[in-house]
Write a protein that binds this ligand. Structure first.
Ligand code: ADP
Length: 727
């Protein structure tokens, strides 16, 4: 943003530089305007060094349909009386002998310059319509084409040139024969410039330099745009611009100093005229097309089509008819051009109001071009050619400004192009940067996602495995249950059949079998109840009523409940004092806890459910014991008094190591379980125990040595009252 003023400053400097050739080329035209009077001009007051070049405008002698040479003027009696024509202008519409002249015909001009200093002078002769011969003081110094009195012999040529001469007796007599049968206008339509020979040479050189500068610039620009178009066919703007610049560059060599004639001296006048006119005719729709492709929303499609059709029709006329015919329609096309220019001005205003991108700069360029083109059109118009228009000729002094206008237009266009190109480069840079960061983050994302996918795949595989496992477990469970149910059912069936079939007749026997039947039914009822309890525990459908109770109270309840039972069933029941482990001097010692401590520690339990846990563990200890059963109960505080571990140790048959991981699964029975007499196991007890402990936020595990006994451990979270109090 900060660099903007600098940028605009540089652009303005460039613009001024671009204007300088015109300033330089026109510097020599700071003219003193003298008027020739009745064919002669007294120049005693004029000093070329001070006053500069002058235009020899004013009243000249004119002899219509006479081709006089300087010799003809020696004996004046033989001459017809001259007309006086106010130069410069075409002889069209001049009244001679009561008749209005057309452009066709021939005649002789003559004027004299009096009281000149004795030095070398020069004149700059413009293009003459359309052939001439020029004498100064009797010497023929210049000519163009072939002056003849009829169309077939006369040869047209545009050839601006300069001629040098010295006055004789301080006088200069200039005689010019002009003939035209090819162009609509005849005569000398532009001023003849007169001055010191050095000034005239300088003027000519500058004019040629300017033309060649324009030609070269436009030529290169034209090519450049066409090449741009070839590389990017989508953008037609460049094509229109390129063609137009080339056409105008060609035109530059055919107007002004008409440098082409120096390159190709016999270049056909007709052909040159065609190129020059076509450059103008095609230019009009091309500018419209250019504007349309730059501002498609603002230029009417229909109107531009109509303009193109009209332009094409006129151009075709130029191509297929000779100059004297197509020249007749030129005023019509000039009128049409003014209509198009009005439309273009309207477009320029519209795009600037609508703030279209680059509208201001293109609008400005186009405006300069339009003004310069209007200059040329007026300069070349019949309206200007056919009358004196002294004032207008002071403003409009040259007919080749449109090329220059185009150059300025091209300049603004190249700014737009540069802007576009650098903008697209910036966009590309931005995009590729974004793409890079997108790529990087994409790669990161991809690797993240891949990891996540791998994880979730592993998870899914695990879930799949556990689904298979649990499905298998369900199958096993169902089979086990069916098996467990079938055994008592078969037995019951056997007993009843025995009684019904009269095999068992004895009443005592009958009673015995009926009692067995009842046992089996009780066993099945228990089993069904256990199943129901387990499934309700697992689906959290059983309500727990937790109560806070101190550890010592809890131990008392357990002791009271089971000590007597155990004693009566001939089971040795040892209940140890709660303890903690002490790791002093690297030696582990067991420290019993005081009553005070254990009364200050509480657990939150559903006492009924926990009783079931103990009942189950104890009954297993008794059930899976081959000798006199011995059960020991320990309470250990761990994790800095945060958890209580309850340990149930027995001297039973133990559990085979391969079964250890599974005994808490539902319906799992160890292979050794069969060894126990009167087996009423259904493999649901430990699964229920595990669920109850989990509901108390505890865990359960087992250690066992086959033949020696098993240790069941489970934890309960502890609430430290003292700790809470002190807080
Ligand atoms: P069950 O109704 O079969 O006793 P449990 O779930 O209570 O069902 O026990 C599962 C299995 O674990 C038992 O079948 C038994 O083989 C084994 N088991 C449980 N407790 C002990 C123990 N104290 N000593 C040896 N084996 C045990």
């Amino acid at each position: 943003m900060k660099r903007k003023p600098v940028k605009y400053f540089i652009l303005i400097v460039l613009f001024i530089l671009l204007l300088s050739p015109m300033a330089i080329s026109s510097a020599s035209q700071s003219l003193m305007l003298y008027q020739t009077n009745q064919g002669s001009l007294d120049l005693s007051e004029w000093d070329p060094d001070k006053n500069g070049i002058m235009k020899l405008d004013g009243q000249w002698e004119f002899y219509w349909e006479k081709l006089y040479t300087p010799d003809s003027f020696i004996d004046k009696d033989q001459l017809t009386a001259p007309e006086y024509i106010h130069q410069p202008r075409a002889w069209n519409k001049l009244i001679v002998n009561g008749k209005e002249l057309s452009g066709n015909g021939y005649g002789t001009y003559r004027f004299r310059l009096l009281n000149l200093e004795d030095r070398i002078y020069g004149i700059k002769i413009p293009r003459v319509f359309t052939s001439y011969r020029l004498w100064v003081n009797g010497d023929q110094l210049a000519s163009a084409g072939k002056v003849e009195t009829n169309r077939s012999e006369m040869i047209p040529q545009y050839l601006p040139q300069i001629a040098y001469f010295k006055p004789v007796d301080n006088q200069v007599e200039i005689v010019i024969q002009v003939a035209n049968f090819r162009h609509r206008s005849g005569g000398i339509l532009d001023s003849i410039r007169f001055g010191d020979f050095e000034q005239i040479t300088d003027m000519r050189n500058r004019a040629i330099a300017f033309d060649l500068f324009l030609f070269g610039s436009l030529f290169i620009i034209g090519f450049y745009h066409i090449i741009l178009y070839l590389f990017r066919i989508k953008d037609r703007t460049n094509l229109y611009f390129g063609i137009y610049a080339l056409l105008i560059s060609a035109r530059t060599l055919l107007v002004g100093e008409i440098f082409l004639i120096y390159l190709i001296p016999h270049f056909s006048w007709e052909f040159a005229h065609k190129i020059q006119t076509i450059a103008y005719y095609i230019g009009v729709p091309l500018v419209v097309l250019f504007m349309k492709s730059t501002f498609p929303l603002d230029v009417s499609k229909r109107l531009s089509k109509i303009i193109v059709i009209i332009g094409a029709a006129f151009s075709a006329l130029v191509l297929f008819t000779p100059a004297r015919i197509f020249n007749l329609v030129n005023p019509l096309y000039q009128l049409f051009t003014f209509v198009v220019i009005s439309y273009l001005l309207y477009i320029v205003i519209k795009i600037i109001i609508k703030k279209r991108e680059n509208s201001l700069i293109i609008g400005l360029g186009l405006l300069v071009f339009i003004i310069f083109s209007i200059n040329d059109i007026v300069f070349l118009s019949t309206w200007m050619a056919d009358a004196e228009h002294t004032l207008l000729r002071k403003i409009i002094t040259r007919g080749n400004l449109s090329s220059y206008g185009l150059l300025i237009f091209v300049f603004t266009q190249s700014i737009v192009l540069a802007k576009k190109i650098s903008k697209s480069f910036t966009t590309v840079e931005q995009l590729s940067n974004e793409l890079k960061t997108i790529n990087v983050s994409l790669e990161e994302k991809i690797s993240e996602r891949t990891k996540a996918l791998e994880l979730s795949r592993a998870g899914m595989y695990k879930a799949y495995q556990s689904a298979i496992e649990s499905e298998q477990a369900l199958v096993d469970f169902t089979q086990n249950i069916s098996h467990d149910l079938r055994t008592p059912i078969t037995a019951i069936k056997g007993y009843i059949n025995g009684i019904l079939d009269g095999i068992i007749k004895d009443e005592d026997q009958k009673k015995k079998y009926l009692l067995r039947t009842k046992d089996r039914i009780d066993q099945m009822t228990n089993m069904v109840q256990d199943l129901l309890d387990l499934s309700m525990l697992q689906t959290k459908q059983i309500n727990f009523t937790f109560q806070r109770i101190s550890i010592d109270k809890f131990i008392n309840i357990i002791s009271e409940k089971y000590s007597l039972d155990m004693a009566s069933s001939n089971v040795t029941f040892i209940l140890n004092q709660p303890f903690i482990r002490n790791m002093a001097n690297q030696a582990e010692s067991i420290v019993p806890l005081s009553d005070e401590t254990i009364s200050s520690l509480e657990i939150s339990i559903d006492i009924e459910k926990l009783e079931r846990v103990f009942a189950n563990l104890f009954s297993n200890s008794i059930k899976y014991c081959a000798k006199q059963p011995e059960i020991m109960l320990d309470f250990e505080l761990i994790d800095d008094f945060n958890n209580l571990v309850i340990k149930v140790t027995d001297n039973g048959i133990g559990i085979p190591p391969e079964d250890l991981p599974y005994i808490f699964d539902r319906s799992y029975k160890t292979s050794s379980n069969q060894m126990v007499d009167g087996n009423t196991s259904n493999g649901l007890g430990l699964a229920i125990v595990k669920e109850i402990i989990a509901s108390h936020e505890g865990i359960i595990w087992v250690e066992s040595k086959l033949g020696l006994g098993s240790c069941f451990y489970f934890t309960l979270p502890v609430h430290n009252i003292e700790k809470n109090k002190s807080r």
